[in-house]
Design a binder for this molecule. Structure first.
Ligand code: C5P
Ligand code: MG
Length: 222
């Protein structure tokens, strides 16, 4: 993935892309709500390009020579939100790369925007989102999933201490983003308590109501 070269994205005065040309659906939900799992299923059926803000930040953190590596590491460990200039620029770079190499213009942006300033900066300087897919899940269920994931994920933040902090950040900092989009009629809410397949069935149903259909593959038989 391209490195961050300049942090122009957050300061641009009009969006880089038109929403008529580039479609962005944000995917939000507390830590452990199943965003990544559902995104993988959506990619297979709908042909989205999946971009995870958390994955892009971890990649940048581990990139040799990154001037942001140490800073990102400490935010992730504390479960707080990395300054938006960095995250918005990483997403913009990844989108440009996808458009240039695959000519794909349908994006699922997972784990973003986690704070109002990120939401505003992205929509003003990159592209306004179509809507936000919000996976709603109680904390006890999310906690159990994260502790289980922590047995194998190798993530520095899948431990009880970081999980508690991430929950607080979600409620205090990220939910206001969902609430704001809700007032604009731009939230598609799915209950994420059940297993992956049941949650996905509801997700597909709700996307259909918003006019999104799975891509039908046609097999040609001789
Ligand atoms: O989405 P994920 O759980 O992978 O995010 C891990 C961490 O990355 C978050 O707890 C936060 O510290 C950071 N992050 C962020 N801004 C985002 C997404 C993730 O600061 N939009
Ligand atoms: Mg994830």
């Amino acid at each position: 993935m391209p490195a961050i070269e300049r942090l122009a994205a957050a300061t641009r005065d009009k969006p880089l892309f038109s929403p008529d040309d580039v479609t962005v659906i944000f995917v939000l939900g507390g830590p452990g709500a199943g965003k990544g799992t559902q995104c993988a299923k959506l990619v297979a059926d709908f042909g989205f390009k999946h971009l995870s803000a958390g994955d892009l930040l971890r990649e940048e953190q581990d990139r040799p020579g990154s001037e942001f590596g140490e800073m990102i590491k400490s935010y992730i460990k504390e479960g707080t939100i990395v300054p938006m200039e960095v995250t918005v620029q990483l997403l913009e770079n990844a989108m440009r790369h996808t458009i240039d190499t695959d000519n794909k213009k349908l994006f699922l942006i997972d784990g973003f925007p986690r704070k109002l300033d990120q939401a505003h900066a992205f929509e003003h300087s990159v592209v306004p989102s179509k809507f936000t897919l919000f996976f709603d899940c109680p904390e006890d269920v999310m906690q159990e999933r994260l502790l289980k994931r922590g047995e194998t994920s190798g993530r520095a933040d899948d431990n009880m201490e970081s999980i508690k902090k991430r929950f607080r950040t979600f409620v205090e900092t990220s939910m206001p983003v969902v609430d704001e989009f809700e007032t604009q009629g731009k939230v598609v809410k799915v209950s994420a308590t059940k297993g992956p397949d049941e949650v996905y069935a509801e997700t597909k149903e709700k996307l259909k109501e918003r006019g999104l259909e799975p891509i039908k593959l046609t097999f040609v038989q001789n």
